[in-house]
Design a protein around this ligand. Structure first.
Ligand code: 5GP
Length: 193
């Protein structure tokens, strides 16, 4: 299921800034459906509260939630990391907190991408302190290489090379989130990784 003209090649409006496709839209859709089936099995007796991390996880969350056949609930938080535009320092500011109480809930954090792991590490500690019955993570993308913080990710969509990527929720300067697939970013702005 791709936009007309997109296929596996970048669409014309974004082609100048994109390199290779890393995961195309069809492959993403198939894997998200598979993750949804697995989550449906694993949480059959305890439907989870899905906690999406804005803005990057917005498309993943909406597709994943629709592929889970359980009465899930959904909430979002927004975080902003201190550091450069493209690499985190591990110090995270909560821009929008959750609306619901986590006490005794089965919480599944839905993340776009894990690079150093510092953001997730912070979120785990922050959410874990609120007394959930369980706290697990579903990350769409995991960058290859040494995570500075090792942690178990219960669900991972794809392991990808350690390059800067955009699309399917991921941005540079708020652009490219609406691409159907995930692509390497090649400019024009330089990316400080
Ligand atoms: P970490 O704390 O694991 O180093 O970084 C996680 C956050 O950094 C992600 O939630 C995302 O916002 C951002 N990030 C890391 N790698 C990329 C990337 O390749 N592309 C984009 N657009 N954001 C990234």
């Amino acid at each position: 299921m791709t936009n007309a003209g997109e296929g596996h090649a970048p669409p014309a409006w974004a082609a100048h800034a994109l390199g290779n496709v890393v995961v195309d839209g069809d492959t993403l859709a198939a894997r998200v459906a598979e993750l949804g089936r697995k989550i449906t099995e694993d949480y059959s007796t305890d439907p989870p509260l899905l906690v999406g991390v804005l803005k990057g996880a917005m498309l993943f969350m909406s597709d994943l939630a629709r592929s889970i056949e359980l009465p899930v609930e959904v909430d979002f938080m927004a975080v902003s990391s201190y550091g450069t535009a493209t690499s985190t320092s591990g110090v995270v500011r909560i821009v929008k907190d959750l609306d619901v109480d986590l006490k005794d809930r089965h919480v599944l954090v839905v993340e776009d991408i894990v690079d150093s792991g510092l953001t997730l590490n912070y979120l785990r500690r922050y959410l874990g302190a609120r007394g959930p019955a369980s706290l697990e993570v579903c990350a769409l993308l995991l960058k290859e290489g040494e995570q500075r913080v090792t942690q178990s990710l219960k669900y991972v969509g794809f392991t990808i090379p350690s390059t800067f990527v955009v699309g399917y929720g991921l941005d540079v300067g708020e652009r490219f989130r609406n691409l159907q697939g995930v692509y390497t970013y090649v400019g024009p702005e330089s990316v400080d990784q």
